[in-house]
Write a protein that binds this ligand. Structure first.
Ligand code: IMP
Ligand code: MG
Length: 179
């Protein structure tokens, strides 16, 4: 067993359920972006697992870029002001961009990133999020491609962490008491 100490984790979404949903998202994106210059902008670190699977489910010659972000301040709650810790390697001017996020919680981070990318003159900016936690929404955000809606519990696995752990779990699990 890879995670013998994690008996308290409760699986919410299995690896099979994730795989079939990611395949569906890939099919929709492949149809809607055919013939366009698509760039997936993966928000680090949480979306690194998701983007690896999503990119392979898209049957188009996509580019993949990574944007490293960190919320300002010591507070663990999202402040909405994010610091760019790693920027894109190339301009996205004129490109059709899909921002790939692990989870939209308050929506503050995504709103900031969306404005940032729009200001770089992308032809279009859409959002693909694996998870949405609507109970904690603070600003309205449009999620164009969504994997799953989840309750207000702390989720780890498939790229999502608690204190940098659990990102390598193959499923999405609830971490009781996590926040
Ligand atoms: P927000 O939408 O600005 O509140 O921030 C979203 C970010 O908070 C995500 O990209 C995650 O990094 C983190 N986050 C929010 N909820 C969870 C969770 O349940 N598990 C792990 N990370 C989370
Ligand atoms: Mg994140």
């Amino acid at each position: 067993m890879a995670f013998p100490e994690n008996g308290e984790l409760r699986t919410l979404i299995s690896r099979e359920q994730i795989a079939s949903r990611v395949a569906e998202l890939g099919r929709s994106i492949s149809q809607e972006y055919a013939g366009r210059s698509l760039v997936l902008v993966s928000i680090l670190k949480g979306s690194f697992v998701f983007v690896a699977d999503l990119a392979r489910a898209i049957e188009l010659p996509v580019r993949v870029e990574f944007l490293g972000v960190r919320s300002y301040g010591a507070n663990t709650k999202s402040s909405g002001v994010v610091e760019i810790t790693q920027d894109l390697t190339r301009p996205i001017e004129g490109d059709d961009v899909i921002v790939v996020e692990d989870i939209v919680d308050t929506g503050l981070t995504l709103t900031y990133i969306r404005n940032l990318l729009a200001n770089r003159n992308a032809a279009s900016v859409k959002v693909c999020a694996l998870l949405h936690k609507p109970a904690r929404s603070r600003v309205p955000v449009t999620i164009d491609y969504l994997g799953f809606t989840v309750d207000d519990v702390f989720i780890v696995g498939y790229g999502l962490d608690y204190a940098e752990r659990y990102r390598n779990l193959p499923m999405l699990a609830e971490l009781p008491g996590g926040d």
